[in-house]
Design a protein around this ligand. Structure first.
Ligand SMILES: NC(=O)c1ccc[n+]([C@@H]2O[C@H](COP(=O)([O-])OP(=O)(O)OC[C@H]3O[C@@H](n4cnc5c(N)ncnc54)[C@H](OP(=O)(O)O)[C@@H]3O)[C@@H](O)[C@H]2O)c1
Length: 249
């Protein structure tokens, strides 16, 4: 049991956040589980406890800055050192370019960007004082190109990747590492809704282990599965517009 170490995870009620929670439970960490769906968080908490660890549920919306700040203060006040903070909560969704309203895009932009700053910022003074800690924000391989019809999603993920770079540079001297996690397709509720081909789809438990390893190493940007890093992301970054228009990416 390693419950002198604590990890705070948003989006812990399903998908990547849920499996990160189980992976940390197996390592004996005390886990802060944050998201909106209380019933799902309670199930994740029970499973963490059955694995042999302890967890506390924080029912919150990452758009609620005050709720995030209060959750962080409560989590900080619990015994033990903070090992890692994961701003993982996020949503996908189409831009709805013909809707005549910014509503759909603004929802994705705000949850994915402000949700990450609301989650991480309250912890930074504490981590600086502690002189250690790891911050991870779940970006995406989609951050490497503005995607047709999903530009709010790809733009939000580019924004958080860029924010991670700034935080990483500023916080390095305080012993804090910052990782922008850029997954390809990982099995989750988000990808279960997709009706497009999902090359190199990875199981969630495998993804969680890979993420923890990269975050523990203090990687600045972690692109995975490896096929995305080596093949697809370079293509996304450097493919000419005419080609992208042709394949409709
Ligand atoms: N799966 C992939 O292929 C993939 C690839 C690249 C990046 N990502 C990123 O990975 C992260 C996790 O997604 P996932 O794939 O695991 O999908 P998921 O199963 O849909 O999980 C999304 C999580 O975010 C939480 N969430 C959404 N809006 C929230 C809000 N306003 N406040 C608090 N929590 C909120 C959800 O919980 P509640 O609904 O209970 O609030 C849920 O726990 C996201 O940032 C996503 O963009 C996923």
């Amino acid at each position: 049991m390693n419950s002198s170490k604590k990890v705070f995870i948003t989006g812990a009620s399903s998908g990547i956040g849920e499996y990160l929670s189980y992976a940390y439970a197996e390592r004996g960490y005390f886990i802060g589980l944050a998201a909106r769906r209380r019933d799902r968080l309670d199930l994740v908490q029970s499973k963490c406890e059955s694995i042999g660890s302890e967890a506390k549920v924080y029912e919150l919306d990452v758009l609620d800055e005050k709720a995030c700040r209060e959750a962080a203060q409560d989590f900080i006040s619990l015994p033990g050192e903070i090992d890692s903070i994961y701003a993982n909560a996020g949503v996908g969704g189409a831009d709805n370019l013909s809707s005549g309203t910014a509503e759909a895009m603004n929802r994705v932009l705000s949850i994915n960007i402000l949700g990450a700053t609301n989650t991480v910022m309250p912890f930074i003074p504490y981590l600086k004082e502690q002189k250690s800690g790891k911050i991870a924000v779940v970006s995406s391989v989609a951050s490497f190109r503005g995607l047709a019809h999903h530009s709010a999603y790809s733009g939000s993920k580019a924004a958080v990747r860029n924010i991670c770079q700034g935080w990483g540079t500023a916080l390095h001297k305080h012993g804090i590492s910052v990782t922008a996690v850029c997954p390809g397709f990982i099995k989750s509720e988000m990808t279960d809704r997709n009706d497009i081909p999902m090359p190199f789809l990875m199981d969630t438990d495998v993804a969680a282990e890979k993420i923890i390893k990269a975050v523990n190493k203090g990687k600045k940007v972690f692109i995975f599965p490896w096929q995305w890093k080596v093949l697809v992301v370079p293509l996304m970054r450097f493919a000419p517009d005419w080609l992208v228009q042709k394949i409709g990416m």
